[in-house]
Design a binder for this molecule. Structure first.
Ligand code: PLP
Length: 424
């Protein structure tokens, strides 16, 4: 990749854009004042021409990076043929994507929607219908503390955190939460009312906290013993990010329901729910989505899954993930305030010794690296699966520079510090 600054595509100064965004957009995000205009591989480029190494990937979405030819080809070819047709008719890309998803997962069938929260809503409805049909009206969904399953009312109830839901009561009833890591509490919660346990194999939004493989095996066994479904939310941990296509595959378990979104169509909005034979309870009229499973999103999804396989990107996630982990731990041993690294593959949480994550993320940005802060003590890294060894080295170097600045702040470096070159 070329070094230095690139062509400008936007002429609006970031201060003006920020002001206009405040006037025009609802205040749902505390946006970083950075105007991104283009992406190339693992890099994003700002309106000022600054090249930033993207270890956020649109929150784990751009699994093939930016502008991958496979995504662009699928997008343009399918857009010329047919963008949308509704689920009143058959379209080939939808069936091809469902077949491909199932081939890489477990015997199941697929429902398509457009986002993570939407497919978790579908999973909640599946669990309730299954409980009504097969467990005397059981309807409770058990989730784990610090979960994140989305922001619609049902998925918020599953998320279970007052941080996200305090202004939005009453939430739907029928959710029970138990402490993550407390198998005894989980087992005690699995009574006759419980239709399903829903969990993320690695909790992403709360700070990258993995559920251990042995716990996942025990939870699967518990769900069987107490006759309830196991729904895994792979919305963030799936699509090869952890070094397996689906993170739960590390534990060798088979869920009844799996939800997928984020990286599935490499940047196009999509969500999918896979239901195994036990949980395959939907009938016409039970659920639906006007946009879900559009030929456009599905054609890109097929291209993304094909590319992950063809380019060996799951192995790359493993290899580069290990390189990042080792490099970050080395930064910790060199005196920077790093306590450890959580997660697997390219889903990493850098645990900090001090509550400086916001300042550290801002300093990393100045050093030319996008990472995101979660809580006060975690930096999350979700780079694209195409990250090269050279780029990983650069990410480590820039993380070290950012952390050093946030711990030992020197004179303000000003916006020119954003003018950083890319990797070759
Ligand atoms: N589930 C998990 C594990 C997530 O990480 C997210 C989003 O971050 C969601 C669900 C919600 O997905 P969406 O924002 O697409 O609705």
């Amino acid at each position: 990749m070329s070094k230095g600054r690139c062509d400008r595509r936007s002429s609006m100064p970031v201060t003006e854009l920020s002001e206009r965004a405040s006037a025009a957009l609802c205040d749902t995000y505390a946006r970083v004042p950075l105007n991104l205009v283009r992406g190339e591989g693992a890099w994003v480029i700002s309106d000022r021409g600054d090249r930033l190494l993207d270890c956020v990937s649109g929150i784990g979405v751009n699994v093939l990076g930016h502008g991958h030819p496979a995504v662009l080809d699928a997008l343009t070819n399918q857009a010329k043929d047919l963008i949308h047709a509704s689920n009143l008719y058959l379209t080939e890309p939808q069936v091809l994507l469902a077949e491909r998803l199932v081939a890489g997962a477990f015997p199941s069938r697929v429902f398509f929607a457009n986002s993570g929260a939407e497919v978790n809503e579908a999973a909640i409805k599946v669990a309730r219908k299954w409980g009504r049909l097969h467990k005397g009206g059981a309807h409770v969904i058990v989730t784990l503390t610090e979960a994140f399953h989305g922001r619609t009312l049902g998925s918020l109830a599953a998320t279970g955190s007052a941080k996200y839901s305090r202004f939005f009561q009453p939430l739907p009833l029928g959710f029970r939460q138990v402490p993550r890591g407390d198998l005894g509490a989980l087992e005690a919660a699995l009574d006759d009312e419980v239709a399903a346990v829903m969990l993320e194999p690695i909790q992403g939004e709360s700070g990258v906290f993995p559920i251990s493989d042995t716990d996942l095996v025990a939870i699967r066994e518990m769900c069987d013993r107490h006759c309830c479904l196991l729904a895994v939310d792979e919305i963030q941990s799936g699509m090869g990010r952890t070094g397996r296509l689906w993170a739960h595959q590390w534990a060798g378990i088979v869920p009844d329901v799996m939800t997928v979104a984020k990286g599935l169509a490499g940047g196009m909005a999509i969500g999918a729910m896979l239901v195994g034979p036990r949980a395959d309870v939907f009938e016409p009229g039970d659920h639906g989505s006007t946009f879900g499973g559009s030929p456009l999103a599905c054609a890109v999804g097929v291209a993304v899954l094909e590319t992950i396989q063809r380019e060996g990107l799951i192995e790359n996630a493993n290899r580069i993930g290990e390189q990042l982990r080792a490099g970050i731990l080395e930064l910790g041993s060199s005196g920077l305030p790093i306590l450890g690294v959580r997660g697997r593959g390219l889903m990493l949480g850098v645990a900090l010794r001090r509550p400086i994550s916001r300042a550290a993320a801002a300093a990393c940005l100045e050093a030319g690296l996008l990472v995101n802060s979660i809580g006060q003590r975690t930096l999350r890294m979700l780079p694209p699966l195409i990250l090269s060894a050279g780029e990983a080295d650069l990410a480590i170097e820039r993380l070290g520079a950012g952390l050093a600045t946030s711990v030992y702040p020197g004179p303000s470096r000003g916006p020119e510090a954003l003018q950083v070159g890319g990797a070759e």
